[in-house]
Design a protein around this ligand. Structure first.
Ligand code: ADP
Ligand code: MG
Length: 253
């Protein structure tokens, strides 16, 4: 079964970008981006380096401001600052290429910190849930260790558990496996496939075609700050329409 047929994919809009522009000085890095992601949908974003994929993710999490257009999460515009912004950041789980764990906290503390500080969850409840999540991503045995004692693949799975602990509305993955040794890529992708099958709404920037084919409902191809093509994984990989997509696929496949 592919994600495209999972019953969780609904018509309710989780995130909607309309006419989003972003400049870095003279550089027009997002050019009129329109993108809507529905509840339970898995959207894979691919495209050449420098095409604006990370900026897109960062804009959705409001790590970057935008210059034109709008971004709404569950129908509400992204908050500008303060408590509301902190809340948004925890509603949108983000997993980066670098693992970004707190080096001086244990694995368990990395996962409980957000729920305790931001959500006001009681420590015992937060720890119980954290252990469940660590088990789910296959690192339950590592709870008492520090990030440096873990492999890259284990650290990335802890980062996923940490994001999940906040019960996010949406998960953003920005090339989550590209800093990993080949033998660790699969263990992280397996966790992501599991999440996708479980109905999580996800935007995933990745060049892992296997993941896209298995888990994506839709592939969005970006080039030079614009969405050039949007289709099902099957369509995109077997029959890319634009020359830029054909070019790109020719280089990576
Ligand atoms: P991708 O993730 O697709 O590789 P990015 O979103 O990281 O692309 O970058 C898009 C473009 O914006 C690139 O040309 C990059 O050099 C530029 N860029 C990204 N972040 C900044 C920044 N903070 N300041 C200036 N230019 C930036
Ligand atoms: Mg990037």
């Amino acid at each position: 079964m592919t994600a495209a047929t999972t019953p969780e994919t609904g018509t309710e809009t989780v995130v909607a970008l309309a006419g989003v522009d972003k400049w870095f000085g003279p550089l027009h890095v997002l050019q009129g981006i329109d993108l809507t992601v529905h509840r339970g949908e898995v959207v894979v974003v691919i495209g050449p380096s420098g095409s604006g994929k990370s900026t897109l993710c960062r804009a959705i999490n409001r790590l970057e401001t935008i210059d034109n257009g709008s971004i709404t999460l569950e129908g509400r515009p992204l908050p500008q600052e303060g408590k509301e912004l902190a809340r948004l950041r925890s509603d949108v789980g983000m997993v980066f290429q670098s693992f970004n764990l707190f080096a001086h906290k244990t694995v368990l503390e990395n996962v409980t910190l957000g729920p305790i500080k931001v959500r006001g969850t009681k420590r015992t409840d937060a720890e119980k849930r954290a252990r469940e999540l660590l088990d789910r991503v296959g690192v339950g045995q590592q709870a008492a260790k520090y990030p440096a004692q873990l492999s890259g693949g284990q650290q990335q799975r802890v980062a996923i558990a940490r994001a999940l602990a906040m019960d996010p509305t949406l998960m953003l993955f920005d090339e989550p496996t590209s800093a990993l040794d080949p033998e660790m890529i699969k263990e992280v992708l397996d966790v992501m496939v599991d999440l996708a099958r479980g109905g999580m709404t996800m935007i995933v920037v990745t060049h892992e075609m296997g993941f896209a084919r298995t888990a994506a409902d839709r592939v969005v191809f970006m080039s030079d700050g614009a969405i050039v093509e949007e289709s099902t994984p099957d369509d995109f990989f077997t029959n890319p329409r634009s020359e830029r997509a054909q070019d790109f696929l020719g280089k990576i496949l």
